[in-house]
Design a protein around this ligand. Structure first.
Ligand code: HEC
Length: 109
């Protein structure tokens, strides 16, 4: 009983936190080595041990709108057939909600 109540409360708390801050959730997903794993290829402010296969992710808001960033995450091979960046949306590595949260985060860079 107590456990169920505690779980219910923490679920409600995390849902509220998600609604408030997609960017914080997106940062977690982007840095998670089992999820976005973006640091394998990109340097990102606040991230540890980045790789350098892709460009440093910065100043993105000035160059891409939201739809542009979603498209890159959904399937960068549409823009560049030779890219090594995984098509996160097309291959269902990330859900639409996860991609949306990551884009919230990218727009803060
Ligand atoms: C296997 C390496 C790899 C991974 C993993 C990867 N990318 Fe990329 N990414 C690239 C490369 C290489 C490019 C350069 C453009 C191209 O290849 O078309 C790129 C380009 C980009 C761009 C355009 C940058 C610019 O300055 O124009 C964005 C935004 C981006 N990636 C975001 C992400 C995010 C967010 C993740 C994690 C969800 C991610 N990438 C994971 C390799 C990767």
């Amino acid at each position: 009983m107590r456990t169920a109540l505690a779980l219910g409360l923490s679920f409600a708390a995390s849902t509220a936190a998600h609604a408030q801050s997609g960017a914080a959730e997106g940062q977690k997903l982007a840095f998670d080595r089992g999820k976005g794993n973006c640091l394998t290829c990109h340097e990102i402010k606040g991230g540890d041990l980045p790789g350098s296969i892709g460009p440093k992710l910065e100043n993105l808001k000035a160059r891409y709108d939201r739809a542009g960033l979603i498209a890159i995450l959904h399937d960068e091979t549409a823009r560049n057939p030779l890219t090594v960046m995984p098509p996160f949306g097309r291959n269902r590595i990330l859900t639409e909600q996860e991609i949306s949260a990551i884009v919230d985060f990218l727009q803060t860079l």
